[in-house]
Design a protein around this ligand. Structure first.
Ligand SMILES: [Zn+2]
Length: 390
């Protein structure tokens, strides 16, 4: 028992970094961040209700520069992520190219599938809001925090809209140890489902606009993808067109050519001098794709750094353990992140982070100290970029 505790102490001392979580879903838990063992939480915004909460939480636990660790290892920090989640994408209308103000029922009939004929259901949904206006607010929020990410954004082919008012079930309370009494409104947790989905074309418009803002500001992304890895990859690929790195073959051909100079005359990568048109770093959160799908994200020609983050809740539920083991083995050591994906800060979050660190270390064959160091380095590189840290 002592040996286990000591090993865990070493992990906490090195530092634990949650790459993706939602504690603003229970605002009453935010005060508990100060007493957590985890050093930094990367907190996602998802919908209209939580954008200001994430901002206020980040103001409360500010991480001002990349020297944070050297200065005060006992402090706790929050890195905010601002974005609009695909589960709420129907609440936005796309007025980026055209100045439109759609009627509520018309809008929802356009973006939901199958087309609902239940006007009562559509009128009970929130009034849809402008994508253009949201993007402006998003840019302002990102400007306040130099290390803020764009997230949680993405595509989800399997979710359906909930029906009726938000409510947590007894099961969910037990799982997380959190009380539901102060649950932030707007969540879809614990509600019966309607037959309606958000059309994938609409989801794509909402996510693309946010990817483009991340590219413009050169911020990392935290991406939610369910049955949509191919589509996410296509979107990223369309953004980095012309910036691909040379493939191994091209590299070799250039080296072999007469008068070749190392690092020059590659047929691709011609735009390397300009500011890149794609987000520099991307985290595929609670990555659920098969090992094969990793290959395209990790191809040598891909100019963005793609990370894969794993959580106990999503990735190590009984049904998927074998799959995730193979995926973790296939992800390069320097591209793995860990996360709780939990909606409540405190001891449960610490425990879930510790659990997933143990599991990743076991699969990778790392000892705990080595694993904790690697995961720390990965998180720092994902947030701050490749610039050397003090
Ligand atoms: Zn999430």
């Amino acid at each position: 028992m002592d040996a286990v505790d000591n090993a865990n102490d070493v992990i906490w001392q090195i530092g634990v970094f949650d790459a993706h979580c939602h504690p603003t879903d229970i605002m009453a838990s935010i005060k508990d961040i100060a007493n957590m063992k985890a050093r930094v939480l990367t907190i996602m915004a998802t919908r209209s209700e939580d954008q200001d909460m994430v901002r206020d939480t980040a103001r409360q636990y500010p991480l001002k520069d990349s020297t944070w660790n050297a200065r005060n290892p006992s402090s706790r920090y929050v890195v905010p992520a601002f974005g609009w989640h695909p589960w709420f994408s129907h609440q936005i209308y796309d007025d980026v190219k055209e100045d439109i103000h759609p009627d509520q029922v018309d809008h929802y009939q356009t973006v939901l599938t199958p087309t609902p004929d239940d006007d009562e259901f559509l009128k009970a949904l929130p009034a849809p809001r402008s994508l253009r206006q949201f993007l402006q607010e998003l840019e302002e929020r990102l400007a306040e925090f130099p290390y803020a990410l764009v997230g949680e954004v993405g595509l989800d082919r399997s979710f359906r809209l909930p029906q009726g008012p938000s409510a947590m079930t007894g099961d969910m309370k037990n799982k997380t140890g959190c009380s539901d009494k102060d649950y932030t409104p707007g969540s879809r947790e614990g509600r019966p489902l309607s037959p309606y989905r958000v059309s994938i074309d609409h989801q794509k418009a909402v996510v693309r606009a946010q990817f483009e803002l991340a590219a413009k500001l050169q911020r990392p992304l935290s991406v939610h993808s369910v049955q949509a890895h191919g589509l996410i990859f296509e979107l990223m690929q369309s953004m980095w067109k012309g910036y691909e790195k040379p493939s191994k073959k091209e590299r070799k051909r250039a080296m072999d050519a007469p008068n070749a100079h190392q690092g020059q005359d590659f047929p691709k990568g011609r735009n390397q001098e300009k500011r890149p048109s794609y987000p520099p770093r991307v985290c595929m959160h609670s990555y659920s794709g098969p090992p094969d799908a990793l290959r395209q994200f990790l191809a040598p020609t891909v100019p963005a750094e793609v990370y894969f983050s794993f959580s106990t809740a999503i990735n190590f539920s009984n049904a998927s353990t074998a799959k995730v083991t193979n995926v973790i083995k296939a992800v390069p050591d320097d591209r793995i992140l860990i996360e709780s994906d939990l909606h409540c800060a405190g001891e449960t979050m610490d425990r879930l982070l510790l659990e997933v660190i143990h599991k990743v270390c076991e699969v990778k064959g790392w000892d705990l100290q080595q694993g904790a160091r690697q995961l720390k380095e990965n998180w720092e590189r994902f947030i701050f970029g490749a610039a050397p840290l003090v």
